[in-house]
Design a protein around this ligand. Structure first.
Ligand SMILES: *Cc1c(COP(=O)(O)O)cnc(C)c1O
Length: 451
């Protein structure tokens, strides 16, 4: 097998292996790593996945991108087995409406899929090569908890999590702030975009080189690969010729997992890109003009409050365009999201439809599906379902529930008048003591705060 190399979307950085892309996170030219070629799976091979446990599918897919030398098969299989020790149920809700539950992992968000495999892969490399790593991550809600949980207690890795002080729920915050040991949570007086800007800058700061910074945000290709696996699983279970996926999207990491799956040969009819009131993508698809939403709008689906999705650079790259941020010589972004070269818009419009769902429509659909189908969903899943219903597509549509409703108890109580049942692993954190620092939205403040 020929090893698959990765290049940067900005095309100025050297090509690297999966392992290096995983450890670097972002390319040195501020671009995002994308595979130079995408391996294809035959229809027969995909059908074989129907008979495999989830971790085996994950292994088969990872194996195509990762060299035997970096991760021997026995190791990779074992890491997958440990990472995916929770169910991934699919529920048929209506004739053509399915929901795949991605919220059954330890932090009850779909981020567990990527975080758990990434943590194990990074830990394996760090101990094999006797290196210390600092994982730096910005979160708008769920990434921080999933990353913190997945990396907690690892000997060679520190985790620094930045979150917007006022934009995460109590339970989301507690998932990051009650662990301690190698987990360092920092609340920023600003928005998620501010946190993300700090993180992006830190990766290219020569003063921080000694920390061996690596990213656990969805700018890391290591996040995307695990997120392509459940698309195969859903497809096999729905057992239709072609399937549509309605993806509740923030930074488009989930979506890119699906896009990757289609490039690998999965018969996907279309993707519905479901977003909240941060509607830069549906507007772009309609007009061909890209304009980030700044500042990002605060919606009840807080993990999707993204006005400039980081993975859009990858998506546009795949369709032949070039999207990048303009920077001054110090690396500071002076203009976000500049479309230097337009992608093939006709092809994109064939492959994607996109809907922006506002908060009141989210509330409506949470009430409606509970009444009609006895289906309890939270705001992120609601956006997926609302967009699927809005699309009017009369083919099998797979929606995603990406977080457990128990993470949004106030919302559920307000709309349905009962408290959502809390899974045991979420209950545990409720009484634990929190520990975190708060900083101004300022890069120098951040540099002083990291361990
Ligand atoms: C992160 C997240 C999303 C959005 O996923 P992206 O990969 O950023 O598009 C949706 N729902 C939940 C619950 C999340 O945590």
């Amino acid at each position: 097998m020929k090893e698959i190399l990765f290049r940067s979307t900005n095309r100025q950085a050297e090509q690297v292996s999966f392992k290096e892309a995983l450890l670097k996170g972002q390319a040195p030219d501020y671009g995002l790593y994308v595979p130079i070629s995408i391996p294809e799976l035959s229809r027969e091979k995909i059908k074989e996945f129907a008979r495999m446990p989830y971790y085996q599918i994950a292994f088969q897919i990872a194996r195509m991108y990762i060299s035997e030398e970096d991760f021997p098969s026995s190791v990779l299989l074992e890491l997958c087995r440990q990472a995916y020790n929770f169910p991934v149920p699919l529920r048929k809700v209506d004739r053509n409406l399915f929901v795949l539950y991605l919220d059954k992992g330890p932090t009850a968000s779909f981020k567990d899929f990527a975080a758990r495999l990434m943590a194990r892969m990074m830990d394996y490399i760090a101990s094999k090569e006797n290196r210390n790593l600092t994982v730096l991550v910005a979160t708008s809600g769920d990434t921080g908890g999933a990353i913190a949980d997945a990396f907690f207690g690892l000997g060679n890795i520190n985790v620094v999590v930045l979150f917007p002080e006022k934009e995460v729920t109590g339970r989301q915050r507690k998932q990051m702030t009650t662990l301690r040991k190698n987990i360092w949570p920092i609340a920023v007086k600003g928005t998620f975009d501010d946190c993300q800007a700090i993180v992006k800058r830190a990766f290219n700061d020569p003063c921080l080189r000694g920390k061996n910074l690596t990213s656990a945000n969805s700018i890391n290709f290591g996040r995307l690969l695990p997120q392509s696996v459940y698309y195969f699983k859903a497809y096999c279970e729905i057992a239709a010729e072609k399937v549509v996926f309605s993806v509740p999207s923030g930074n488009f990491g989930n979506l890119m997992g699906g896009v990757l799956a289609r490039e690998m040969g999965l018969p996907v009819e279309k993707f519905i890109v479901a977003v909240n009131e941060n509607d830069e993508f549906p507007r772009f698809l309609e007009t061909g003009i890209y304009k980030p939403v700044f500042p990002s709008r605060k919606c009840s689906s807080n993990a999707m409050n993204v006005g400039h999705p980081s993975n859009l650079a990858r998506l546009i790259d795949l369709y032949g365009g070039w999207l990048t941020d303009e920077r001054d010589t110090s690396g500071k972004v002076i203009r976000k999201g500049v479309l230097k070269k337009p992608p093939d818009m006709d092809l994109m419009r064939k492959h994607f439809v996109s809907f922006s769902i506002n908060d009141s429509a989210v509330d409506d659909v949470i009430r409606e599906v509970y009444k009609k189908y006895n289906l309890l969903i939270e705001p992120h899943g609601a956006i997926s379902i609302a967009a699927a219903l809005k699309s009017g597509l009369d083919v099998p549509v797979c929606c995603f529930e990406t977080a457990d409703p128990a993470k949004f108890p106030e919302k559920i109580k307000q709309l349905l008048n009962f408290e959502p049942p809390v899974p045991d692993h979420l209950k545990k954190i409720d009484d634990k003591e929190e520990n975190f620092i708060v900083i101004e939205n300022d890069y120098e403040n951040f540099v002083e705060a990291i361990p």
